[in-house]
Ligand binder design. Sequence first.
Ligand code: TXA
Ligand code: MG
Length: 319
Amino acid sequence: MVAANIAAADEKGISEAARILRAGGLVAFPTETVYGLGADARNGNAVARIFEAKQRPQFNPLIVHLPDVAAARLHGVFDDGAEKLAAAFWPGPLTLVLTRTASTPISNLASAGGETIALRVPGHSVAQALLVAAACPVAAPSANRSGRVSPTNAAHVAASLGGRVDLILDGGACPGGLESTIIDLAGECPALLRPGLITRDAVEEQIGPVVLPDERAGVRAPGMLPSHYAPEARLRLDADAPGEGEAWLGFGGGLAMTGVPSRNLSPSGDLVEAAANLFAMLHDLDSSGMSGIAVAPIPEEGLGIPINDRLRRAAAPRD
Ligand code: TXA
Ligand code: MG
C-alpha cells in the first residue's frame, strides 16, 4: 500500500490542502464529528474519486460542507425551518437535507442523482479554515473505507485509506467522534434521518415535531434510496445497440449513434469519468422523450460496481 501523505493542519498545510481540492484532488480533514474525505463538490470527476477511494459498492448521496449559511443558501432551498436550525446549530454537527437550488453547480453525483442535497457548516477550526481557503463547496463522507468505522484521528484515516487520498490534514483527534445529526426538510414533514450530537428534542424546540423515518411513509433510512433518481424510461442493460424507441447510453469507443438521442459515459472507457456523468446523462436521455434507454456494458470492477448497481436498480421492475 502507498504511504499516506500527512500534513500538519497549520497555515501551510491548509493552503496546500485547498490547492489540492481546487485541482480536483482528495483531502481528508478533521471536523468536530469525524474526519471527512473531501473533494470539490462541483467537480464530478473529483466526487467520483471519493467513491473510488471508499470502495463503496453503491452511490450514496454525500454531505456537502460550506463555511457559512450564506454559502449554503446557494445550493439548498431554505424555508423557515431550515433558517431556524441553521441559526441555532451552525456552525456545528447538524446536516440539513434540502431541495437543491436550480442554479447550484454541485455535481449530480453528490446527490446520487436526486433532487435533494445534504448541507453542513462544520464548526471545527481546521474545517472552517480549509473551506474558506478552498472557496468551493466540499463534498465529504466520513474518511473511511466502506464498512469500516468512522475515523476520529489522522492515523485512522491513513490506516483505512492510505495512499488513496492525496493529503491528510492532521488536526488531532475529533472532539465529537459521532457523525452529525441529519434532518430532512425536503419532504412533507421534517424527519430525523440520523441521530447525532444534536438531539431530536433540541431540534424540536426550534421547529416543532420531527418524525423518525419509519414514522413517515416514503422516507427511508439514509443510504437506502431516498433521493435516488429513477428514470421514467425503461432501461435495458448490456445492450449492443439501441432498439425501437430507445435512446443510447454508451461507454468506451466503438458504436457511434446517429439518429437517436445518445450520450457516452466515457468515450475513453474511464470509469471515473463515467461515474461523474452517470446521473446527468440518465436525466438527459430520460427527458429526450424515448420510451427506453439501451445501455452499453460497463465492466464490473472499481467504480463500475456502483455504476452497475445504480443501473440495475434503475432497470428493475417498479410497482
Ligand atoms: O459528521 C458528519 O456528518 C461527517 C463529517 C465528515 O461531516 N460526514 C458523514 O458523511 O458522516 P457520510 O457520507 O459518512 O454520511 C452521510 C449520510 C449518509 O448516510 C447519506 O445517505 C446521508 O448522509 N445523505 C447524504 N445526502 C443525503 C440526501 N440528499 N438525502 C438523504 N440522505 C442523505
Ligand atoms: Mg460514514
